[in-house]
Design a protein around this ligand. Structure first.
Ligand code: MN
Length: 267
């Protein structure tokens, strides 16, 4: 894993959002530091590319949740001036809304691939639980992949708003790519909730959802997204080191981030 000394020489930018606000499950704020520790365990990416990454360190949370969200949006807006892919380490899923808002001000035509066991469109729930409703309000096209636990309200929201989704029970890489190609433009942002992956591979997260995708299929899916789309940014959210076993989850998150860095493109 190679780090760039300046943003100018970097292939991708990494930033941490150690945020615990917006959820009852505390502990995700420790993820950026723990995931960074695992970066050194990886050398070349699987496609034998050595990407140089510039780490701009963390944006720390304010006492006020809305202020934290504003701070995140402002920082991403600043970083977007460099025209390089930005990969964020959360934090819980509430960080995705301000990140995507900043991207939407810079990019007029992009879509979101939302990898998650949950469709996250629960109105009047914790802020991390309605990130998809916020994205729909921003009118950014989105596809949700990996769903396997939802409420009746959430199901109805997806149907009423015609949000394309692929349930975990029907998951294949081909179907996921086909769905994304049908509904999204070429430029995509990937929001990666670690609970997309089965808890057998990633136990360190707040909501354990059985019946998920394997770590191997998840990596192969990302490589396929890289072949079919221009990845302009991504996030890795809901990693909770306090619930992890033998660093399985933080290692997997670090590997995913490095693979995404190797397939993302400058724009
Ligand atoms: Mn989730």
């Amino acid at each position: 894993m190679k780090f760039a000394k300046t943003i100018e020489e970097a292939d991708a930018i990494i930033i941490g959002f150690p945020v615990d606000q917006g959820t009852e499950n505390k502990g995700t704020k420790d993820a950026p530091a723990e995931v960074r520790k695992a970066f050194d365990n990886f050398y070349f990416s699987e496609n034998a590319k050595e990407s140089k990454i510039y780490d701009v360190s963390d944006v720390v949370e304010e006492e006020d949740f809305e202020k934290t969200m504003e701070k995140i949006e402002k920082k991403i807006s600043e970083l977007l001036k460099h025209k390089k892919p930005i990969i964020s380490i959360g934090g819980n899923h509430s960080v995705t809304a301000p990140i995507v808002k900043a991207f939407s001000k810079k990019h007029k035509n992009f879509g979101i691939i939302f990898l998650d066991a949950h469709p996250d469109c629960q109105k009047d729930y914790f802020p991390f639980g309605d990130v998809v409703s916020k994205i729909v309000e921003m009118q950014i096209p989105i596809v949700i992949i990996g769903v396997r636990n939802w409420s009746e309200d959430e199901y109805n929201f997806l149907i009423e708003n015609k949000i394309p989704f692929l349930q975990a029970k029907d998951f294949t890489i081909e179907k996921a790519i086909e769905l994304a190609k049908k509904h999204l433009p070429n430029k995509v942002y990937i929001s990666f909730d670690i609970d997309f992956i089965d808890a057998a591979f990633a136990p360190g997260t707040g909501c354990i959802e059985p019946g998920g995708i394997s770590s191997r299929d998840s990596l192969n899916l990302l490589h396929n997204i890289g072949k079919n789309f221009t990845i302009i940014g991504s996030d890795m959210v809901e990693v909770n080191p306090s619930k992890d076993t033998n660093n399985l989850t933080t290692n997997l998150a670090a590997k995913i981030i490095l693979e995404v860095a190797s397939i993302s493109k400058q724009f």
